[in-house]
Design a protein around this ligand. Structure first.
Ligand code: ARG
Length: 471
């Protein structure tokens, strides 16, 4: 079966394209998402062609009018994308020809779909990254707000998912603040490298027309034109960076989500979420499930997959453009969509977390969490740490046998293990005392955490001003 549509590249062809080939090679079913960037680029390229004297003023006006009309159709959802026309670029070119006739053909002077698609895709990703940065900002804000509200709350800190040492709930939340702060910095770096404009690279070698690439880069909101035409049309490292940044952010989200799943279980019972953010079971009427958190965890899979997809597509490709590169778009679209919705969900989830303070506090007493403090106490009294560790271990076993907490062991029993132990030991054994003593920079002592909250608030305020400026 053959198709009857005349292709913009059809000059040297005698036969019509096989239907199967059309179906296999078309990309407009997904790259139509780039349509508005394509128009924006057309208008910038038109300006460069006009200034280069390739197109006169009247011609430029009529091309611009045609493009604006197409833009309106796209915005209003009236534009019909046709798979026989392969991709978004040729769809728009064909529509322009229908509107203004053969003059439309002048717009493709000094440009190839190779620099065109790279330019569109960079514009698209720059906008997505900006949105991701805004969402990461709001997620961090939600974490800091939650931390600021709960500066007194203590819960067990875990290693190996075993009770380790008591920590502040705010300190735990701010650990995620730090992860998302670094994620934002990574996206920012990716944004800077993505902001190089390929337009003017043409097919691969540049173009004989004197196009002002500084001008088009500026008109489109890029920081600068790309430096090498062959690189510009053929590398997709900026997409890969985005996919990696997103995978890492999803990994962080999945860890937060997993904690919420654990904390919501009756065994922990550390937090509750509003009904509006949970779902029920169709058979077990009592269930209130943290599906939101589970899906956040689960969505990681496709985002990792998208990174690996494109890494594999790119491997071993010779310079310059190869059609394989068309496979760059769907993974990126899927990742951007998944990441944005995941961040929105995570923001709501964090905002909705209500800590069950009593449960956390009670759990913080389980498992002899201040044993390290006892060892530290003995060190302070002059015992080498290794001996203190061993002696404390024996005291833990003693407490276990009798079903006591360390601070419930009477002084005379404690002194049978070491006469270095005196009445002041009990201040060291309390959960509050343990937290308060961890005063090193970055530690969980309340005054350190309060400083960390203030610093985070200050950072967010400065960032907000920047975000507003960049809007
Ligand atoms: N749809 C193509 C892509 O996404 C556009 C570039 C096609 N270029 C070409 N020389 N066939 O990569």
């Amino acid at each position: 079966m053959a198709s009857s549509v005349k292709k913009p590249w059809g000059g040297r062809f005698q036969e019509e394209t096989d239907r199967l080939v059309e179906e296999f090679t078309e990309s407009v079913s997904f790259d139509q998402r780039l349509a508005l960037y394509d128009i924006k680029q057309d208008l910038a390229h038109l300006e460069a062609l006009k200034r280069a004297g390739v197109i006169n003023k009247e011609e430029a006006e009529s091309i611009a009018q045609g493009l604006t009309a197409i833009e309106t159709e796209i915005r209003e959802g009236r534009f019909v994308f046709r798979p026989e026309l392969e991709d978004v670029h040729m769809n728009i070119e064909a529509a322009l020809r229908e509107k203004i006739g053969p003059l439309a053909g002048k717009l493709h002077t000094g440009r190839s779909r190779n620099d065109q698609v790279a330019t569109d895709f960079r514009l698209y990703l720059m906008e997505e990254i900006r949105e991701v940065l805004r969402l990461l900002h709001h997620l961090r804000r939600a974490l800091v707000d939650k931390a600021g509200e709960g500066l007194q709350i203590i819960l067990p800190g875990f290693t190996h998912l075993q009770h380790a040492q008591p920590v502040l709930w705010a300190h735990h939340l701010l650990a995620y603040y730090e992860m998302f702060r670094r994620d934002a910095a990574r996206f920012q770096g990716t944004l800077e490298r993505t902001a190089e404009c390929p337009l003017g690279s043409a097919a691969l070698a540049g173009t004989p027309y004197p196009l002002d690439r500084e001008l088009t880069a500026r008109l489109l909101g890029f920081a600068r034109p790309s430096r090498n035409s062959m690189d510009a049309v053929s590398d997709r490292d900026f997409v890969l960076e985005f996919l990696f940044d997103a995978a890492l952010t999803m990994m962080h989200l999945s860890r937060l989500a997993e904690e919420v799943v654990l904390w919501m279980s009756p065994e922990f019972g550390f937090v509750d979420l509003p009904d509006a953010l949970c779902t029920g079971s169709s058979i077990m009427p009592q269930k209130k499930n943290p599906d939101l958190a589970e899906l956040l965890r689960g969505k990681c899979g496709r985002v990792y997959g998208n990174l690996l997809t494109l890494l594999t597509v790119m491997k071993g490709l010779p310079l310059t453009y190869n059609r394989d590169l068309q496979e760059d778009k769907e993974p990126a679209f899927d990742t951007a969509d998944t990441l944005k919705v995941s961040l929105r969900v995570a923001i709501r989830m964090v905002q909705g977390l209500s800590p069950r303070v009593e449960r956390m506090r009670a759990a913080a007493e389980e498992g002899h969490p201040t044993a390290t403090d006892l060892a530290d106490y003995l060190v302070m009294k002059g015992l080498p740490f290794r001996q203190a560790h061993e002696l404390t271990g024996r005291l833990v076993a003693f407490a276990e046998e009798r079903g006591l907490k360390l601070w419930e062991i009477p002084l005379e029993d404690l002194r049978r293990f070491s006469d270095l132990i005196e009445e002041d030991v009990y201040a060291w054994l309390s959960v509050e005392g343990s937290v308060a003593r961890r005063r090193t920079y970055g530690g969980t002592a309340p005054e350190r955490v309060r400083e960390a909250v203030i610093q985070a608030q200050r950072e967010l305020q400065e960032e907000l001003e920047e975000l507003e400026r960049s809007l």
